[in-house]
Ligand binder design. Structure first.
Ligand code: ATP
Ligand code: MG
Length: 140
């Protein structure tokens, strides 16, 4: 077990339905601590940069349009095995395949409008945190 930090986004479908607090409660109930948080609206350039790894995927343009369609909440989460724990509480990418009790099972609308993002590796967590937060904005 190791104390880790991961990067999380509450996506526009969730902010639009006023689910920010409910998503955060799920994260906190799973033992994750919000150590940085800000509500922003991404430009097209912001979303394209963040999702550059998916630029060859057929859903990339739609994903960028979705992620710029409304406010999002950027977070740094801290906890024991935070990266895996967050992926667990998020549930599968497609809410139809997500386990009961997960954020995506309870709140996601579909495979694209799936309410949350979470880093999938330690390397990506560090890169995503560095892209979106200054060190002094993270208070553990
Ligand atoms: P995230 O990276 O947001 O935490 P993930 O790791 O479960 O989710 P990825 O494969 O990295 O899923 O895809 C990134 C995002 O792109 C998904 O969360 C979803 O919003 C969107 N997406 C993924 N697959 C599809 C698809 N087949 N059709 C439409 N959108 C998709
Ligand atoms: Mg991913």
């Amino acid at each position: 077990m190791a104390l880790e930090r991961t990067f999380s986004i509450i996506k526009p479908d969730a902010t639009a339905r006023n689910l920010t607090g409910k998503v955060i409660a799920k994260l906190e109930d799973a033992g994750l601590r919000v150590v940085a948080q800000k509500r922003v609206k991404w430009s097209k350039a912001d979303a394209e940069k963040f999702y550059a790894v998916h630029s060859a995927r057929p859903f990339y343009n739609d994903l960028v349009a979705f992620m710029t369609s409304g406010p999002i909440v950027l977070q740094v989460l801290e906890g024991e095995n935070a990266i895996a724990k967050n992926r667990e509480v998020m549930g599968a990418t497609d809410p139809a395949k997500a386990d009961s009790g997960t954020i995506r099972k309870e709140f996601a609308e579909n495979i694209e409008r799936n309410s949350v993002h979470g880093s999938d590796s330690a390397e990506n967590a560090a890169a995503e945190i560095a892209l979106c937060f200054r060190l002094e904005e993270i208070v553990g």
